[in-house]
Design a protein around this ligand. Structure first.
Ligand SMILES: [Zn+2]
Ligand SMILES: [Zn+2]
Length: 292
C-alpha cells in the first residue's frame, strides 16, 4: 500500500520533470530510503522518500495474579527497539478509542476480574506504529485457607426488601454456596443467581391524606405497604384555584400590600396563589408570595 503510493509519487515526479528539457533525474535506493535528485543547470533539489518499516514488538505476557487487596501490575513488560511501547487497560474486550489512555507504564488492577491489556508500538522515525494488540489477564479470587463449615440453609421467600432463596448448603465462614453437604460442588455466581428470588418491592395502598394541604402549606399523603406495613409519605402540593372571599374574610388584610411575609399569616381574601407562589387578582396581583 505504502510502496504503491510512493511509486506513484515517483512516477508523477518523473513525468513532471520530463517535461522540462535539460533536466535529468537520478534515483538511488538504500535500505528503506529512496533518494531522488532531479538536476538542471540552475541547481539541485533532493527529495527523500522513506518507507517506514513495521516495528518488531516483543509482546507483554499476562501475570498469574491472585487478589491481595493491592494494586498489581497485570503484565510482564513487552519491548520494542523500533520505537516506544504504550499500554492501556480495559475491562471490556474492546480497544480504547481514546489515545490518551495509552501510557508507557505497565497497567495495574486491584479487583478480582478479567482485564484486557492493550499494547502498541509508536514507531521511531524509521518505523511505523503497530496496531493495538491485547493480552487478557485475570486476577483470581484469593483461595480460602479454611476448611468450609457447611450447613444446610432452608429455603426463604423473598420479602419486600430482601432477596429470598431456594434451599442450599452454605459455608458459615466464607458464605460460599454448595450443592451438597460435603462441599464437593460449589455453586458459581450464575447458579447462585438462579437460586435467588429477588425482593418483591412494597405493595403500596391508595394512600390516606394525613395532613391536608392548604393554600399556604403543603400536605402529606401516607401510603402503607399491604404486605409488610411499611409506610411512606408523599407531599401534597398547596391548593390552587381561586378561593372564595367569604371563607377567608376573617383573615386580616394587613399583609396585602407587603411582600415577603410568612405564608401562614398572609391574606388571600381576594387573591389566589398557585403552586409557584404567584398571586392572582386583588390589589397586589403579581406579588410573589413567600412560602416557608
Ligand atoms: Zn468456606
Ligand atoms: Zn412491604
Amino acid at each position: 500500500m505504502r510502496t504503491k503510493r510512493i511509486m506513484s509519487i515517483v512516477l508523477t515526479l518523473v513525468m513532471l520533470l520530463g517535461t522540462f528539457p535539460g533536466m535529468s533525474l537520478t534515483a538511488s535506493a538504500a535500505g528503506n530510503t529512496t533518494e531522488i535528485t532531479p538536476t538542471n543547470t540552475s541547481g539541485t533539489m533532493t527529495i527523500t522518500l522513506t518507507i517506514k518499516a513495521a516495528p518488531t514488538v516483543t509482546a507483554p505476557t499476562a501475570k498469574t495474579l491472585t487478589y491481595n487487596g493491592q494494586k498489581q501490575e497485570l503484565v510482564n513488560a513487552g519491548s520494542t527497539e523500533d520505537g516506544t511501547l504504550y499500554y492501556a487497560v480495559t475491562t471490556e474486550n474492546k480497544a480504547p478509542t481514546d489515545e490518551s489512555l495509552y501510557t508507557t507504564s505497565i497497567p495495574t488492577g486491584t479487583d478480582v476480574g478479567t482485564y484486557y491489556v492493550w499494547y502498541k508500538a509508536i514507531g521511531d522515525e524509521s518505523h511505523s506504529d503497530s496496531d493495538a494488540e491485547v493480552v487478557t489477564v485475570t486476577i483470581k479470587e484469593k483461595t480460602e485457607a479454611h476448611t468450609h463449615k457447611i450447613q444446610h440453609v432452608e429455603a426463604k421467600e423473598p420479602t419486600c426488601t430482601e432477596d429470598g432463596y431456594e434451599a442450599h448448603y452454605e459455608c458459615t465462614e466464607c458464605d460460599k454456596w454448595f450443592k451438597d453437604l460435603g462441599g464437593h460442588y460449589q455453586l458459581d455466581e450464575t447458579e447462585k443467581a438462579e437460586m435467588t428470588k429477588k425482593a418483591t418491592g412494597h405493595k403500596w395502598d391508595d394512600g390516606v391524606i394525613t395532613e391536608a394541604a392548604t393554600y399556604y402549606e403543603t400536605g402529606t399523603k401516607t401510603y402503607t405497604c399491604s404486605v409488610c406495613g411499611e409506610t411512606k409519605a408523599e407531599t401534597i402540593p398547596v391548593k390552587t384555584g381561586r378561593s372564595s372571599s367569604s371563607s377567608d374574610s376573617s383573615d386580616s388584610d394587613s399583609d396585602s400590600s407587603g411582600g415577603g411575609s410568612s405564608g401562614k399569616s398572609g391574606s388571600i381574601s381576594t387573591k389566589s396563589i398557585d403552586v409557584n407562589g404567584n398571586v392572582f387578582g386583588g390589589p397586589s396581583a403579581g406579588f410573589r408570595y413567600a412560602f416557608k
